[in-house]
Design a binder for this molecule. Structure first.
Ligand code: NAD
Ligand code: SER
Length: 311
C-alpha cells in the first residue's frame, strides 16, 4: 500500500492520530513528521517546499494528514509565523499532493465563523469572515482546499474541529487549552485560575471522538460527501463554570477563580455551539462521549498519571 504522511504529528492531535493509524495500517505504513524532534518521527518543516516534495515522492506517500499549524492564541502573538505556517505550509502540502496525486486531510476550526452569527448553533453554511489571524488562515485554507479539489481534481477533506480535550499531549497554544489545563491543576493543586470568563460557552469534544471522526471521514465514499472542506463537527458545549462544577463531582475540594486575559477576545468571537447535521447525515458521524463521560474519563486518566502518584 502507499504510505500515510502526517505533518505536525508531535502535536495534541497528531500524537494520538499516529497511534490510531499505526494500529490500523501498521508502523511501516505511517510516516510521522514534525518540525520539532520527537522519538521515531522524521524531521519535516512544511515551509521547506523541496523537502516536502522529496519526502512525498521518496516515501511513496498516498495520503497526507496535514496537522502542522499555529493555533489561535499563539497566532495572535505572532501573526507572521501563523500566516506563514498555516497558509504557505498548506500551499506546499497541496502542491506536493497535486504532483503525487495524494488524498489529503486538512483540519479547520470553529475559528472560521464570523463573530456574532445570527443563528446558533452555527450552521454548516454560515458566514466565515473571522476577525482573528488564526480564523483568517483557517478560512483561507478551506477555500484553497476547495480550489485544489475543483481545479486539480484532488480528494481533500476537512473537519471544523471544536476545542479538543485530551490527556496524551499538551495542547499547543489555543484558546480552548483551559479545558485541558484545568484537569491537571485540579488533580495536582485543587485550584485553577481560568483565563476565560466563567460564562464563556464554547463547542468542545473529547479526543477519542475527534480521532474516530477523522479516520471515518477519510474512509467515507467520496460521492456521499457534500462539503469536504470542511465539515462542522460537534459533541457538546460548556462554560468554564459548568466544567468546574462537573470536576467538583469527582474532586469535591476543587476551586476555580477567573482572570480573563487576551484570549477572552478570541473566545468571544467564536460561536457557542455548531450544528453538525451534515456530518451525521453524510458519513454517519456520532460522538461516543458526552460531557459527563468525558469529565469522568479525564479525571481518572490524569489522576493515574505517574507524576500524580498513579502507575
Ligand atoms: P498543536 O499545536 O498541538 O500541534 C501542531 C504541530 O505542528 C506541533 O507539533 C508543531 O511542532 C508543528 N509545527 C509547527 N510549525 C511547523 C512547521 N513549520 N512544519 C512542521 N510542523 C510544524 O496543534 P493540534 O492541536 O494538534 O492541531 C492540529 C490541527 O488541528 C491544526 O491545523 C489546528 O488548527 C487544528 N485544530 C485543532 C484544535 C484543537 O483543539 N487542538 C481545534 C480545531 C482545529
Ligand atoms: N482549539 C483551537 C484553539 O483554541 C481552535 O481551533 O486555537
Amino acid at each position: 500500500m502507499k504510505k500515510i504522511l502526517i505533518t505536525g504529528a508531535a502535536g495534541q492531535i497528531g500524537s494520538e492520530l499516529v497511534s490510531f493509524l499505526v494500529e490500523i495500517y501498521g508502523r511501516y505504513n505511517i510516516v510521522a513528521t514534525d518540525i520539532k524532534k520527537y522519538p521515531g518521527y522524521l524531521s519535516l518543516d512544511c515551509l521547506d517546499r523541496d523537502a516536502v516534495r522529496y519526502l512525498v515522492a521518496e516515501r511513496d506517500i498516498g495520503v497526507i494528514y496535514h496537522l502542522a499549524a499555529i493555533l489561535s492564541a499563539k497566532a495572535e502573538n505572532d501573526p507572521e509565523t501563523a500566516i506563514n505556517v498555516n497558509n504557505n505550509g498548506l500551499y506546499n502540502i497541496l502542491e506536493a499532493a497535486r504532483r503525487a496525486r495524494c488524498r489529503v486531510f486538512v483540519p479547520s476550526s470553529i475559528a472560521v465563523f464570523s463573530p456574532g452569527l445570527p443563528v446558533i448553533p452555527a450552521p454548516q453554511e454560515s458566514s466565515t469572515r473571522p476577525d482573528t489571524i488564526y480564523g483568517m488562515t483557517k478560512a483561507w485554507g478551506e477555500m484553497l482546499c476547495d480550489y485544489y479539489a475543483a481545479r486539480h481534481d484532488l480528494d481533500i477533506r476537512g473537519i471544523r474541529y471544536p476545542g479538543l480535550i485530551s490527556s496524551e499531549t499538551e495542547p499547543g497554544g489555543g484558546t480552548t487549552d483551559y479545558a485541558v489545563d484545568i484537569f491537571y491543576q485540579a488533580v495536582k493543586t485543587g485550584h485553577y485560575t481560568c483565563f476565560l470568563k466563567k460564562n464563556t460557552k464554547l463547542p468542545m469534544m473529547y479526543m477519542p471522538d475527534a480521532i474516530q471522526a477523522t479516520v471515518q471521514l477519510m474512509s467515507a465514499p467520496k460521492k456521499k460527501l457534500r462539503f469536504k472542506n470542511a465539515y462542522n463537527l460537534a459533541a457538546f458545549s460548556f462554560t468554564p463554570a459548568e466544567l468546574a462544577r462537573a470536576i467538583k463531582k469527582h474532586i469535591p475540594e476543587f476551586r476555580i477563580t477567573y482572570k480573563p486575559d487576551s484570549r477572552q477576545k478570541i473566545a468571544d468571537s467564536w460561536p457557542a455551539a455548531i450544528d453538525d447535521a451534515p456530518a451525521r447525515q453524510d458519513w454517519n458521524w456520532n460522538p461516543r462521549y458526552d460531557f459527563a463521560t468525558m469529565v469522568a474519563d479525564m479525571v481518572s486518566i490524569v489522576k493515574n498519571k505517574p507524576e500524580n502518584g498513579g502507575n
